[in-house]
Design a binder for this molecule. Structure first.
Ligand SMILES: Nc1ncnc2c1ncn2[C@@H]1O[C@H](COP(=O)(O)OP(=O)(O)OP(=O)(O)O)[C@@H](O)[C@H]1O
Ligand SMILES: [Mg+2]
Length: 457
């Protein structure tokens, strides 16, 4: 009557067998069955990763078992004797919930696609602008200077620039300028002839040659010495260079992308960085904001990392607890996205399977202040959050939460339309109390329809 495919089985044992073989949206079971009991059927149906809902039928007066069934994850219970209509209402409620859940999952994936560009997640408007800029300048050969604190995603930006350019079929070569002393960096970048210096046993090509027709990414460009600055300036001006120990100019066709955590203008003002080189590098500046300035990205990234790490570790965590969310949103992330990533990875390792991530899973401290433990100097995460941190509280709406709300509103409106505005019927279908529905309507500004007393409770 309600458009479901139904499989009926005579005993509990048959039920368990069927559940193991096939996937069901809903299992309806009595608690007392021939074969095995209803609780075993329930346990099987709610096993690992299952999205199956269970409706339990109980005898009049067996409240204890009904409570136990609810604890084991039953969707609802119904007491014998019951009217067929009652049963159908619950089935319809399960149907609506499953639909909502699926739509919610789809929505989440759509959002992720929408907010993801070459592995860079960004829902925040500043990040959206950064991503738009990447798309625009990737196709050009302009030199790009990426500026941002540690862990903000500068390397991801460099990758995206290369991947979206016509040079993507050629190499993207990366050099960390801070990792090498001056003389070695010079040889690394420009190559050297055999015998150019002690230890130069054979001729070697430099990174500029390797990156020919591709992209050269110079990380921590603020660290290069005056000598290397001069050489770099020359390549940028003349598009030629010489290997160390040679006078023969080599031509190069390289797109240069540099990154720095430093304020290069300040370095210029203090005489540590050549002004002419700065202007050559700063043709297109891309500033990646710190994570604390892009609250909307926190949960988007956290949920993404939770999902990928869970898959890797084959663990099934049920999202973040309310408190974990609040702390995540309040924390200031001196290590930016890298710190958030590490934190969530740790939570997946420490968190209990099938449970929501709790604050101590994130900070990793047994005696974290959240658990009432001794305040640990180094557990900045929970203590910062608990003392109010940036005093942002839960007022911040993540992009995902905003999308969910907009979806919820549309869904309530569509259910109300289907039942001709009857809030009593709608609340039953939605599985909400009339009061809860009334509050949601008020919050979303959904007007009350005819009949049904206008929706006031
Ligand atoms: N917007 C983002 N979405 C998803 N992951 C991100 C984002 N930004 C950074 N990450 C991840 O955070 C980590 C740090 O990023 P990345 O190495 O690009 O930062 P960085 O700015 O180069 O840091 P550093 O200055 O310390 O070198 C990486 O694992 C990266 O994948
Ligand atoms: Mg980096």
């Amino acid at each position: 009557a309600v458009g479901c495919d139904v499989l009926a089985v005579p005993t509990g044992t048959d039920g368990i067998e069927a559940i193991r073989e096939k996937t069901f949206d809903l299992v309806i079971t009595d608690l007392r069955l021939p074969g095995t009991d209803g609780l075993s059927v329930l346990r099987t149906a709610k096993g690992k990763e299952s999205q199956t809902e269970v409706l339990v039928i109980t005898a009049h007066g067996s409240v204890d078992t009904a409570v136990e069934a609810m604890k084991l994850g039953a969707f609802d219970y119904i007491t014998k004797p019951f009217q067929m209509d009652e049963l159908l209402l619950i089935v319809e409620r399960v149907g609506s919930m499953i639909m909502l859940r699926r739509e919610n999952q789809d929505l989440k994936h759509q959002l992720e696609e929408k907010f993801c560009f070459n592995g860079i997640l960004g829902a925040n408007s500043q990040m959206r602008a950064v991503l738009e800029k990447i798309k625009l300048v990737a196709e050009t050969d302009s030199t790009v200077l990426i500026v941002g604190e540690s862990g903000t995603g500068k390397e991801l930006v460099a990758n995206a620039l290369h991947q979206n350019s016509a040079r993507k079929g050629y190499p993207l070569i990366k050099v960390s300028c801070a990792a090498l002393p001056e003389s070695l960096l010079e040889a690394e970048l420009f190559g050297h002839e055999k015998g150019a210096f002690t230890g130069a046993l054979r001729q070697r090509r430099g990174r500029f040659e390797m990156a020919n027709r591709g992209t050269l990414f110079l990380d921590e460009i603020g660290e290069i010495s005056p000598v290397v600055q001069v050489k770099l300036l020359r390549v940028l001006q003349e598009r030629t260079f010489e290997r160390v120990g040679s006078n023969e100019p080599i031509e190069t066709d390289v797109r240069l992308v540099c990154a720095t955590q430093k304020d290069l203008r300040k370095e210029v003002a203090q005489g540590r960085f050549r002004e002419d080189l700065f202007y050559r590098l700063n043709v297109v500046p891309i500033v990646v904001p710190p994570l604390r300035q892009r609250q909307e990205d926190i949960m988007v990234i956290a949920e993404h990392v939770l999902e990928t790490c869970s898959l890797k570790l084959n663990k099934h965590l049920r999202g973040f607890s309310q408190q974990a969310r609040e702390l995540l949103l309040r924390y200031s992330y001196p290590g930016n996205v890298r710190e958030l990533e590490n934190m969530v990875e740790r939570a997946v390792a420490l968190g209990r399977d099938q449970a929501a991530v709790q604050p101590p899973d994130l900070c990793g401290f047994q005696s974290c202040p959240y658990l009432g433990g001794v305040q640990q100097e180094s557990c900045g995460f929970c203590s910062e959050g608990l003392t109010g941190g940036k005093k942002k509280k839960d007022a911040t709406l993540t992009a995902l939460a905003a999308a969910r709300e907009s979806f919820e509103k549309d869904y309530i409106v569509s259910v109300l339309e289907r039942v001709d505005g009857s809030r009593t019927t709608a609340s039953r279908i939605l599985g909400l109390s009339r009061k809860a529905l009334w509050e949601k309507c008020k919050r979303y500004g959904i007007p009350s329809a005819h009949g049904d007393g206008g929706g006031g409770d």
